[in-house]
Design a protein around this ligand. Structure first.
Ligand code: FAD
Length: 393
């Protein structure tokens, strides 16, 4: 029998890869994250603002628009590569994953997929290269998880539509150049052909940002309330067909859920790494924390749950990339990974003691930021509902 040797965390966990060829890319992303993004993350924490430089460095390195076809100014990368980038960047700061999503996520992909030639020309390359930002406005005060219950109305008029209603908690909408707004044009049909998607440019009369909210997370991440008061938009602002809005909104759900799951894995990986480092260097009662079983068990639980999440998310990504219908697996990935990172963050705070609760150290910010993941992109309960529906169908 071969002698047993200690196995390091990196060997058991990070060596899992989505595909073998992506193993080459991980160290490149890791180095960029540590050397270029991390100093910017500290600046974001200090100022509560996203510096222009954050978008510039991501553009310079070709990470903006990475999932869009090259014809649209994108990088033409696949979902696996995109999720690996999300995972690595979220080891530094959630803001970087939001910038990536803005240039490669739901909005540019919806416009590239459903847009007219004029809409594609106006928006897609500019979004892909970070010269423009877009927000996606579905949620309303009376309609969150139950998104089919939206009330914002779209009424036909001469040459276009008049929008009336209120959206809230719309990420980045206070600064967005354009908002993809879901509105009801036929209340009898609702999600079955009665909701239409509109591209509403900043400054359109009747459209205003009426409140900006900060959350439990980083100050740099802001949500906006939007009011549409008899806001006229021409027919050319309709994205896709009239009545196709809900289909457009649901179009990239699987990819969105896997993107969130990948981001949770990256954040958990960094939290565990920080916890291991702290347990090694901090001594109490004459011994490093790392020698205490209470601490070791927390590390072991976090590493185990992280590895489970990583294996399942990577397997699901491989199946999606192979064109398989993964059923509710993407929901399971999002549900498990978002709850897993919450537990890992909680243990990281505990292991760091006071340092886990004080603003100047990153663990505290990660703890707050990762809480978003259990509500955004479908709350945990909604994913449990979807998974159960699949089981009982
Ligand atoms: C950080 C952040 C960013 C966001 N960005 C955007 C954005 O860019 N665009 C956008 O349109 N929206 C955005 N949202 C809104 C988000 O989509 C909603 O918050 C989410 O869908 C939940 O809706 P709600 O907040 O109204 O909660 P509710 O729907 O009121 O739910 C409250 C709680 O009840 C649970 N619940 C609901 N229904 C059931 C049920 N049937 N059974 C059991 N439990 C249930 C939910 O899971 C949740 O825990 C964002 C939210 C956050 C926090």
């Amino acid at each position: 029998m071969l002698p047993l040797r200690p196995i390091t965390y990196q060997e058991t966990d990070v060596q899992l890869e989505i595909t073998p060829d992506l193993a080459q890319l991980r160290p490149v992303l890791r180095r960029f994250t540590e050397e270029v993004l991390e100093p910017l993350a500290l600046e974001i924490d200090r100022t509560g603002q996203v510096p222009d430089r954050a978008v510039e460095v991501l553009r310079e390195q070709g990470y903006l628009g990475m999932r869009l076809p090259e014809a649209f100014g994108g990088g033409g990368h696949d979902l696996n590569t995109y999720c690996l980038a999300l995972e690595e960047f979220s080891r530094s700061h959630r803001v970087f994953t939001l910038i990536l999503d803005g240039s490669s996520g739901l909005n540019p992909i919806a416009i590239a997929t459903y847009g007219t030639a004029a809409q594609q020309t106006k928006y897609v390359a500019a979004l892909a290269q970070g010269h423009m930002t877009a927000s996606f406005a579905l949620t309303e005060p009376e309609a969150g998880s139950d998104s089919q219950a939206i009330r914002t109305r779209a009424v036909r008029c001469d040459g276009g539509w008049r929008l009336t209603g209120r959206k809230h908690w719309i990420s980045g909408a206070h600064v967005a150049d354009v908002v993809l707004v879901m509105a009801v044009n036929d209340s009898a049909l609702k999600a079955r052909g009665g909701i239409t998607a509109f591209l509403v440019d900043k400054g359109t009369p009747g459209f205003s940002v009426t409140r900006v909210d900060t959350t439990i997370g980083s100050e740099a991440i802001k949500l906006a309330e939007l009011t549409f008061d008899d806001c006229f938009v021409p027919d050319s602002a309709v994205l896709g067909e009239v009545g196709q809005g809900f289909q457009i909104a649901m179009h990239s759900l699987t990819h969105g859920r896997l993107g969130v799951a990948a981001s949770c894995i990256g954040a958990a990986d960094r939290l565990l790494e920080m916890s291991i480092a702290h347990a090694r260097q901090r001594s109490t009662f004459g011994k490093p924390l790392a020698e205490r079983q209470a601490i070791q068990w927390m590390l072991a639980d976090s590493a185990t749950e992280l590895s489970m999440a990583r294996a399942f998310v990577y397997e699901t990504l491989r199946r999606v990339s192979a064109g398989e219908d993964v059923g509710s697996a993407a929901s399971m990935c999002k549900l498990y990974a978002s709850e897993m990172v919450g537990r890992v963050a909680d243990r990281a705070v505990q292991i760091h003691g006071g340092m886990g609760l004080v603003r100047q150290f990153p663990v505290e910010r990660f703890y707050r930021d990762v809480r978003h993941y259990r509500v955004g992109e479908g709350a945990s309960e909604v994913h449990r509902m979807l998974i159960a529906r699949g089981l009982l169908a």
